[in-house]
Design a binder for this molecule. Structure first.
Ligand SMILES: [Mg+2]
Length: 292
């Protein structure tokens, strides 16, 4: 089964959950779940796995494995404009794994660096590669609230926060900086004119289609405007490689593009999807990207 089909299944199972529970504001299908806390604030929750042989290659330094495991979840908090507050980690260690202490020290280091100290976890041992799971809890922006995937409106300006593609070859997938500061600043400065965000983990095409579907709009992206990482020679690679962890942002039209963002297209009314226009040719980009 493909990841997209399995996610659909999970989302369908969870329909109505937000209505049934007074605490749940946003259920499965966005970058984080959102829960209403007793004091009235909104709690963001996300969890991600880092699988040996899938998300990092054998021989990767322990520090970079630890960093990526934490950064992926922190990036989901950033995608909602939130502030990371705490983290929990589990590790499935191969038998006789010699670096367990260092691994947790480095996860704790990175978690603290991004404002979400490691407050607990669990360790198991088993066959196969090292696998890590990191949960991060955060706070939604106090005025703007959580920035969801579902807020894109026809006419919105679409932007990304940095160059795309080549994440594996360049090592960017291991040492990227989650866009927490940027996400928060966009909430501060744009408020309700910041319509939607997602972090690009699976590629601009695939994640663009996700935000389009959640919003019921069509994203129309100009191939020439997609910023490419050094060494990435085509927009197809920029849109399809994945693991960029940049933000894709939808902003109400009629204002200057904020610092730190690059305009790449517009949202239109029409069948939900993501298309990239290359010299007048429209290409459906929804299948471009990484299916786990
Ligand atoms: Mg995400």
């Amino acid at each position: 089964m493909r990841e997209s089909e399995l996610l659909e299944h999970i989302y369908r199972r969870s329909e109505g959950l937000a209505d049934a529970s007074t605490d749940l504001v946003v259920g499965p299908g966005d970058d984080c779940a959102v829960l209403r806390q007793a004091g009235g604030g909104l709690l963001l929750l996300t969890v991600d796995q880092l699988l040996g042989g899938v998300h990092y290659k054998p021989g990767t330094p322990v520090d970079l494995i630890a960093r990526k495991a934490v950064a992926r979840s922190v990036s989901d908090i950033a995608a909602m404009g939130g502030t990371p507050r705490w983290a929990l980690a589990t590790a499935l260690l191969p038998g006789n794994y010699p670096h367990a202490d260092e691994l947790f020290d480095r996860m704790a280091h990175w978690a603290t660096r991004w404002g979400c100290p490691l407050i607990g976890g669990d360790i198991g041992s088993g066959p196969g590669e090292l696998h890590l799971t990191v949960t991060v809890g955060g706070e939604a922006h106090p005025e703007r609230g959580p920035v969801l995937r579902s807020g894109v409106k026809p006419g919105d300006v679409l932007c990304v926060s940095g160059p795309l593609g080549g994440a594996l070859e360049s090592g960017h997938h291991l040492d990227f900086e989650p866009r927490v500061e940027l996400g928060r600043r966009l909430c501060d400065t744009l408020g309700r004119n910041l319509h939607a965000m997602i972090d690009l983990s699976d590629g601009l095409g695939r994640d663009g289609a996700r935000i389009a579907k959640a919003s019921g709009v069509r994203l129309v992206i100009d191939a020439e405007k997609i910023p490419r990482r050094e060494g990435v020679d085509s927009w197809r690679n920029a849109a399809g490689d994945g693991e960029d962890y940049e933000l894709l942002v939808a902003i109400a039209p009629g204002r200057n593009v904020p610092e730190g963002l690059i305009e790449i297209g517009r949202a239109e009314a029409g069948p939900a999807g993501c298309e990239i226009v290359d010299s007048g040719e429209k290409i459906d980009a929804g299948e471009m990207g990484w299916d786990h």
